[in-house]
Design a protein around this ligand. Sequence first.
Ligand code: NDP
Length: 249
Amino acid sequence: MAGFKVRSVLVTGSNRGIGLEFIHQFLKSPNPPEKIFATCRDPESPQSQELKNLSTKNPNVIVIPLDTTELASVNASVKEVEKHLKGKQLDLLINNAGIQTPVTLDSQTSEDMLHVYNVNVVGPMLVTQAFHPLLKRAEGLGNSGVVHISALLGSLTKVPVLFSAFPVISYRCSKAALNMLSRCQAEGYKQDGIISIAIHPGWVQTNLGGDQAPLTTEASVSSMMKIISTLNKDQSGTFVDLEGKILPW
Ligand code: NDP
């Protein structure tokens, strides 16, 4: 956007992988946000040490516990964010936390299907719902945004191309549902000036993406930062790749 201003941002699952890289890149951006709410399930775990170090060195990085699937945790995080925003709006919410399990059509179980749906769809739904009042404080269409980190594996159109290599049934179904959630939020929150977009981050070297992935977290997130920096209302309700090109549902 010729100027989507991010003075405050909240990222879920920011203790590692793509989420952690978002925190690094917001800090390095030409105009770093005044408040970077770096949320993760367990700030005290060894997996969150790098994030905690960033927060010690940078007072604008505020680490907040947030398990996106637990309503009490979501509500507590809103209260904590509110203490820091003091009535100002949250400009950007990045629903990044997600999981993938290695299941096939034969090995898929109902427990796994529900668990993955809970993290990848119910979580972003609960978090967006809870932060909606803070996001809609931004006045004028296009002044705040929700970015859902989706996946090409959730594209119905692309199933014939990618199915044999990556069956991951529960993950695919959950990301297709996440895209629908994003599309619904774009429509439902239009009058509040909230943009909702789903982005495929590419195949990225993380715990989830594995070592064979071609993209580093730096490369993936720097492309997504470009998309975010030019986010506008015309993109709301779309599903895009790292170049900002529309992907088929
Ligand atoms: P990682 O496995 O590296 O990180 C996943 C993050 O999600 C961790 O911070 C993890 O926290 C967090 N998380 C999981 N469950 C919850 C929960 N209930 N509440 C809060 N946080 C939770 O994966 P990536 O960085 O690769 O994935 C980030 C997003 O990108 C996901 O939505 C994924 O689907 C998407 N994506 C990734 C691709 C890739 O190739 N890597 C490709 C396409 C999409 P904890 O440390 O506590 O487990």
